[in-house]
Design a binder for this molecule. Structure first.
Ligand SMILES: Cc1cc2nc3c(=O)[nH]c(=O)nc-3n(C[C@H](O)[C@H](O)[C@H](O)COP(=O)(O)OP(=O)(O)OC[C@H]3O[C@@H](n4cnc5c(N)ncnc54)[C@H](O)[C@@H]3O)c2cc1C
Length: 437
């Protein structure tokens, strides 16, 4: 049901209260411009809070330009955002809330308490004190024919006309936290070029036997070296850890290489992944060890003693070679050093850490304003870039939120939109008093 009123806010409207939207709100408000921030959920920053469950990996200590290269094809564009807000700036910003950070052994940066809630609480409190108005339970539906923003609220549909809007509605993963990618449709309908949302930092399905899927789901494989090929057929290797699942494989080393694996599946219908189950063991020495007489011991026991494999790795060897895996020692040693796995499909977006795809950067100007819709800016994961886990995701969300916020401030300060905002009549303003979280 629509209230039939269109409220005209003489403020910048921000839609989406994740890290990108909140950073945009902070930036706009710091310039003295009124901010109304809308979010579909009953509170803001839910995905940020969930990120805190894993320790809140805020950013990474890797120096630039290696840092920028994590954004792959978008390294140049994201690098420009980072010029305005890099990892040091992010750490200093967190420090402004009394949240000190440290660099972990992997180079990842975490708050000392590894929690998101204190940082989010402090941030929202400060935004509120600075005058940012929060409107929760406002789900953006798109634009009406007159260009007003349409929101679904518990009281029915509301329409709001704003001189400038920043869209920061996230990607499509973990939709229960509010970012469900439903913005794609209205934006496409408005003619905006959107790359389809795709799983990123995701696990993959493998056609396991019942034995592996039932007995070894949840078993970690550590350490392993993953070998895979990129789109140019060039082989790469990465050491890390992963986990067997009922349907396939996931975990940090898989997430890190998921973009190449996903692309291979899209291109070839499947992707090959090879795992070295015994990193640090020389192939020839391993073969010699396996060649030792095993007496009455089972092959599994022999593999445990001579190759140092645990039960999950042994199960994978049998999965690939079958029960008479011990009949050819050369093949056995080669398989342990390069276990072939056929990946069939990425896991569904709802399960993944992040999504690739989104508003194509070519549809935006340098200030992250939509070329086709002057006054509408975009930020965060809803833009078409991707990066591995490691803090690179949040870093780009913060940096793009800042850039879009600055862009909107500059645009308004330059006298846009052309009409006289100050003379606009406020209609139904009372209906928009904050239903805050
Ligand atoms: C389990 C998990 C752990 C993670 N851990 C890390 C980590 O440690 N480090 C890291 O760098 N990244 C991590 N990420 C990724 C990171 O959290 C996201 O990339 C980041 O939150 C995206 O920020 P954003 O502001 O673009 O969008 P979001 O944080 O998704 O926020 C978008 C907001 O928009 C709102 N919204 C969506 N649609 C609408 C609509 N139609 N109308 C109104 N409001 C809407 C949502 O309710 C939400 O509040 C993790 C992700 C997950 C799922």
């Amino acid at each position: 049901m629509s209230t039939g009123l269109t409220a005209q806010l003489p403020s910048i409207v921000i839609i989406g209260g994740g890290p990108a939207g909140l950073m945009a709100a902070q930036t706009v408000r710091a310039a003295g411009i009124e901010v109304d921030l809308f979010d579909a959920m009953g509170s803001v920053g839910r995905k940020f809070l969930i990120a805190g469950k894993g320790g809140l990996n805020l950013t990474h200590s890797e120096p630039r330009p290696a840092f920028d290269a994590r954004y792959r094809e978008r390294a140049r564009e994201v690098g420009e955002w980072l010029d305005g807000f890099d990892a040091d700036a992010l750490r200093a910003w967190a420090g402004g809330f009394g949240i000190d950070t440290y660099v972990g052994s992997s180079g990842r940066v975490f708050p000392n308490d590894r929690k998101a809630a204190p940082l989010l609480r402090g941030w929202v409190r400060r935004l509120r004190e600075s005058g940012v108005r929060f409107h929760v339970q406002h789900r953006w539906l798109g634009w009406d024919d007159a260009g007003a923003l349409r929101f679904n609220t518990p009281e029915g549909e509301r329409r709001i006309d704003a001189p400038a809007t920043i869209l920061a509605m996230g990607g499509g993963s973990w939709p229960q936290l509010g970012s469900d990618g439903a913005w794609v449709r209205p934006m496409q309908a408005a003619g905006i070029d959107i790359a389809p949302l795709q799983p990123a930092n995701c696990g993959f399905d493998i056609d396991w036997s019942t034995h592996v899927s039932e007995r070894f789901a949840g078993s970690p494989l550590k350490p392993v070296i993953a070998h895979w090929q990129d789109a140019n057929g060039i082989e790469h290797s990465l050491q890390g850890e992963c986990v067997l699942t009922e349907t396939g494989i996931e975990g940090s080393v898989i997430y890190a290489i998921s973009a190449d694996l996903r692309a291979a599946i899209a291109r070839d219908g499947e992707a090959m992944l090879w795992l070295d189950l015994a990193p640090g063991r020389d192939a020839e020495r391993l073969r010699e060890a396996l060649d030792k007489p095993r007496g009455k011991r089972s092959l599994g026991d022999h593999l445990r003693r001579q190759a140092g494999l645990d039960a999950a790795k042994i199960a994978l060897v049998f999965e690939v070679l079958g029960r008479d895996a011990g009949s050819d020692i050369d093949l056995l040693a080669k398989t342990i050093k390069r276990l072939p796995l056929r990946l069939l499909r990425p896991r569904p977006i709802a399960e993944t850490i992040s999504t690739a795809g989104g508003v194509r950067l070519e549809a935006l100007d340098d200030a992250l304003m939509l070329e086709a819709m002057p006054g509408v800016f975009c930020a965060g994961e809803m833009l078409d870039w991707e990066a591995p886990t490691g803090g690179y995701l949040l870093q780009a969300c913060f940096a793009s939120g800042l850039r879009a916020g600055l862009g909107a401030v500059t645009w308004l300060s330059a006298g846009n939109p052309p009409r006289e905002i100050g003379q606009e009549k406020m209609v139904g303003r009372d209906g928009f008093e904050p239903s805050t979280n």
